[in-house]
Write a protein of this length. Structure first.
Length: 263
């Protein structure tokens, strides 16, 4: 995937069951903005799923299409339970995703580890390093072997140094994000722009343009939605505006008209 200086990528938690047509807004965005990178988190069943439900025909059909786009990177979702989940169960999920190429013909580019701690302990450091290493040493993710950790908040610098390529340091509502208290806490983020990811929900549609422009300066991996519930289970009305802003910088006439239609 081609990388551009100071370009941000969309980090999309795609927790939408792929009934026929449900992913069409995503395909439309990918095809309309072929130079915009999309890093997409795939989460069939709070993880890779298991027999007899998996392999699931709906997922196989849509993933087989999604993986063909050159501006798309797919990551498998794995929960860690804040490092309380059995590490062997985490390894099993990682290995299951790594085997997708041989089982369903879809090669993922890495893993998104959810529910990772932000505070340091020796046990946390060892756990995070081991699960990250599991991905980095796997042959099933090709050359990318990307790892993202999601504590959803700023982290101890030692946590940041356990090997991930990026960390979600913001997963929050817009209202909370804008408070002075939250901004003071975010200022402790030890990650640079290239390693930072922001995920914001409940964003008023009239605020999206300014927010995205601001966030693009602070983090490489971004997701913004106007949805106030079920943030990752459907595409919000702001989806096309968010994508256009990520692709083109300041809103052009067409994007402004789209935004006005939804306000």
């Amino acid at each position: 995937m081609e990388q551009h200086s100071q370009q941000s990528e969309i980090l999309l938690p795609l927790y939408i069951f792929p009934d026929q047509g449900k992913w069409d807004p995503l395909y439309a965005a990918i095809e309309a903005h072929s130079s915009l990178p999309f890093t997409i988190i795939i989460n069939p069943n709070s993880g890779p799923g298991s027999p007899p439900w998996w392999p699931n025909a709906d997922y196989v059909r849509e993933l087989t299409r999604l993986v063909t786009y050159p501006n798309v990177r797919l990551l498998g979702y794995v929960a860690t339970g804040y490092c309380k989940r059995s590490i062997n169960d985490v390894f099993a999920d990682v290995d299951a995703y790594a085997n997708w190429e041989s089982t369903i013909g879809v090669r993922l580019a890495g893993v998104f580890f959810d529910e990772t701690p932000n505070l340091w302990s020796e046990e946390v450091g060892e756990y995070l390093s081991k699960i990250t290493e599991r991905v980095k040493k796997s042959q099933g993710f090709g050359e990318a072997r990307m790892v993202i950790h999601n504590p959803g908040t700023s982290v101890d610098s030692r946590v940041a140094n356990t090997g991930p390529d990026a960390i979600v340091v913001v997963e929050e509502s817009y209202a909370r994000f804008r408070t002075e208290e939250y901004q003071r806490w975010l200022a402790t983020n030890p990650c640079d722009r290239e390693k930072s990811s922001y995920i914001l929900h409940s964003v008023p549609r009239k605020e999206i343009e300014g927010l995205v422009m601001e966030m693009k300066q602070q983090a490489k991996f971004l997701f913004v939605t106007d949805l106030t519930s079920g943030f990752y289970a459907r595409f919000g009305e702001s989806w096309d505006v968010f994508v256009a802003l990520m692709a083109g910088g300041d809103m052009g006439r067409g994007v402004k008209e789209a935004a006005q239609d939804r306000i």
